[in-house]
Ligand binder design. Structure first.
Ligand code: GAR
Length: 187
């Protein structure tokens, strides 16, 4: 299989990055991670790129600087898919247009419910029985693009936020790779 080149954008721990890197080591996985871009110099997630010898760039500062350098790197490395994995900044309309339809994101809720920040806190205040995660295309509206797939997690009684986050992330780590396979019809 000829793998497509992909880049992962991160801001933090990078556990989703790690899971995608693991999946990409399978010869039948449709993408190869050629680049990791990070907007936060304290992010631990870059260690996963280092460990697997994947080129990475940390671009601090304003988003327009990040986006300018990102567009240059994405073009140079012929990147066909951008995966946002805990990337906590909003990309500009201009950036999204330049990479139209090729940017995906993971969000820790069953979209369209609980878009935005503090997701688990809001879920726990609700009477919902289920939460989960969603992988979706990125468009100009926050957490609003076409859904690729969702995974459901049952909310337990007396659930606390840190444990719920962990339980949802276990599903995120499966969901992200499943979504990438689905995009390229290799699931
Ligand atoms: C993930 O749980 C992801 O769903 C969430 O940030 C976490 C990053 O974890 N993303 C958002 O809330 C985006 N709105 P990670 O750095 O360990 O992959």
């Amino acid at each position: 299989m000829v793998k497509k080149n992909a880049c992962v954008f991160i801001s933090g721990t990078g556990s989703n990055l790690k899971s995608i890197i693991h999946s990409s080591r399978d010869p039948n996985f449709p993408v190869r991670i050629n680049l990791v871009l990070c907007n936060n110099k304290k992010a631990l997630g870059v260690n996963h790129a280092k460990k697997f010898g994947i080129p990475f760039r940390i671009i601090n500062g304003r988003m327009n600087k990040f986006e300018q350098l990102a567009l240059k790197e994405l073009a140079e490395r012929k990147i066909k898919l951008v995966c946002l994995a805990g990337f906590m900044r909003i990309l500009s309309r201009n950036f999204l247009r330049r990479f139209n339809g090729k940017i995906i994101n993971i969000h820790p809720s069953l979209l369209p419910k609980y878009k935005g920040l503090n997701t688990h806190k809001r879920v726990l205040k609700s009477k919902d029985r289920f939460t989960g995660c969603t992988v979706h295309y990125v468009n100009e509206k926050l957490d609003n693009g076409r859904i690729i797939l969702k995974k459901r997690v049952e909310i337990k009684s007396q659930e606390i936020e840190t444990i719920l986050k962990k339980r949802v992330q276990i599903e995120e780590h499966k969901a992200y790779s499943m979504a990438i396979r689905k995009i390229y019809n290799t699931s």
